[in-house]
Design a protein around this ligand. Structure first.
Ligand SMILES: Nc1ncnc2c1ncn2[C@@H]1O[C@H](COP(=O)(O)OP(=O)(O)OP(=O)(O)O)[C@@H](O)[C@H]1O
Ligand SMILES: [Mg+2]
Length: 461
């Protein structure tokens, strides 16, 4: 197979180091370019994407750690290897914690260098393959892939793998918009019942009597309007999967009937006496805390124990912000494709805002914000991102930084606010605003562009 030549960018302020590494890596047939600082590196990458960046940490101007943060936010698919000297091994540890893929302690032998780079490139290729495979699965089964690589999501995938092809009842718990329905689909399509029906019932949508007839069916004449016999969702899902969504909303009477059906594997149609045997795999989901519902007397304890045998919990997006760049990439790609537009680039400042927002509506909200933004954006970058006001929510308690926020992001956010204030006070006159914060006008201009400040952000009387 013809694979494209891997592209590597080496960033180091020491010319001798840059050159030595370039020579060694080029001998492997890789396409190697060099930059002497973080700014230069970002500029090169914007012009021509690379697969792997090897960066020094201490450099004049922005450090290698800044570069790492910018790459993690703006181009999550790029592999990053951080190079440090013997004296600063703790930098390497910090870099790994901040999302570097590997590190190199300088000076490094040629063999070791090649080995580490080879490994990183291989991982990158595997990741690309995984994304490709996901896409194929999605096309084949017609369901959306689940995106996310944070530990919490990896645990979700592991649970899905473990329990998918069993007949176990699975309780999927998590706040609104976190992908519970997506997980239910994944469980169905990964089970041997995948060719059977997948039947969803929204338990919150119907009043008690209608829900019961929806679930269990009814006999002709069992109530006014029951003009013929009706097979319920349990029967429709025979041989397949029944997904009871919003299970926390069902009334005590229905809870009893549901428990009976789950225990016995048979149902009785409303108004009927005959029992019907069904072979159904049941999945349930809720955004309520069922244990608290039990404590409050709204949910039967026996049913809760029956449902809570195997639970998959999805955390809110706010608690797995590292997944945001991947999700953004996924949705921007998708909506650009759907709308017949070339792929829009996401500016670093826009990505930082998306990462910092608290997302009360979780992935669903992110998806809608991006769909709108793609449609509203003109030109080649994503500009139409609109987030509700006062996004940070609660004041952080006893924390130096709000949960999930990186130092880099916090500093950028602060800088943004300071500059907006200065511009407001100067009524938009840039030279005056620049003087007020003690920087040159061109420096201010550069920062306005980098932080994505637009004139509409600067509202002054
Ligand atoms: N991890 C994810 N990867 C990709 N898409 C996701 C992910 N999580 C959610 N989505 C998308 O977000 C939207 C909402 O997901 P879903 O309907 O599964 O949420 P939910 O947890 O069932 O929410 P609710 O409790 O409000 O019913 C869907 O369009 C889904 O495709
Ligand atoms: Mg749902």
């Amino acid at each position: 197979m013809n694979t494209p030549t891997p592209r590597i960018l080496v960033v180091d302020d020491d010319r001798a180091v840059r050159t030595a590494i370039r020579v060694n890596l080029s001998k492997q047939g890789w396409d190697v370019s060099v930059a002497e600082d973080a700014e230069g590196a970002l500029k090169l990458i914007a012009e021509r994407p690379v697969d792997l960046v090897l960066t020094d940490v201490a450099m004049p101007g922005r450090s290698g750690m800044d570069l790492l943060a910018a790459l993690r936010a703006g181009c999550p698919e790029v592999r990053v290897i951080v190079m440090t000297g013997y004296g600063s091994v703790q930098d390497a540890v910090f870099a790994m914690k901040s999302g570097a893929d590997d590190y190199i302690i300088k000076p490094v032998s040629k063999d070791e260098l090649v080995l580490i780079v080879e490994r990183a490139l291989k991982e990158k290729a595997l990741l690309a393959e995984l994304i490709q495979l996901r896409q194929e699965v999605q096309e084949k089964y017609g369901f959306e892939s689940i995106i996310g690589t944070t530990p919490a999501m990896l645990e979700v995938y592991e649970l899905i793998e473990t329990v998918a092809d069993t007949t176990a009842l699975v309780l999927i718990q998590g706040p609104t918009g976190t992908g519970k329905e997506l997980i239910a689909h994944a469980l169905h399509y990964r089970s041997s019942r995948r060719n059977g029906a997948f039947v969803r019932v929204n338990c919150a949508a119907l009043p008690e009597n209608l829900l019961e007839s929806e679930l269990f069916g009814h006999e002709k004449g069992s109530f006014t309007g029951a003009v013929r016999q009706h097979r319920g969702k349990f029967e429709q899902a025979d041989g397949g999967t029944l997904f009871l969504d919003e299970i926390g909303e069902i009334t005590p009477t229905t809870q009893v009937k549901l428990l009976r059906a789950l225990e016995s594997g048979e149902i009785v149609r409303v108004g009927g006496s005959e029992t019907v045997n069904v072979s159904v795999r049941v999945l349930v989901a809720t955004n309520r805390d069922l244990r608290a519902e039990v404590a409050a007397g709204r949910f039967r304890e026996d049913l809760y124990y029956r449902l809570n045998v195997f639970t998959i919990s999805v955390p809110p997006l706010q608690e797995r912000r590292d997944d945001i760049p991947l999700l953004v990439d996924h949705f921007v790609r998708r909506f650009c494709k759907d709308n017949g537009r070339p792929l829009l680039q996401v500016p670093v400042a826009v990505m930082q805002r998306l990462i910092n927002y608290h997302w009360p509506g979780n992935v669903r909200e992110l998806k809608h914000v991006l769909e709108r933004a793609v449609i509203l954006s003109r030109g080649e970058t994503l500009t139409g991102v609109k987030l509700p006001e006062a996004p940070q929510g609660k004041e952080p308690k006893n924390e130096i930084l709000p949960e999930g926020m990186t130092l880099q992001a916090a500093l950028m956010e602060y800088e943004r606010r300071v500059l907006i204030e200065a511009l407001k006070a100067a009524k938009g006159v840039q030279a005056q605003a620049a003087r007020a914060v003690g920087i040159s006008r061109s420096n201010l201009n550069y920062r306005i562009a980098r932080l994505g400040i637009e004139m509409k952000d600067v509202v002054y009387e």
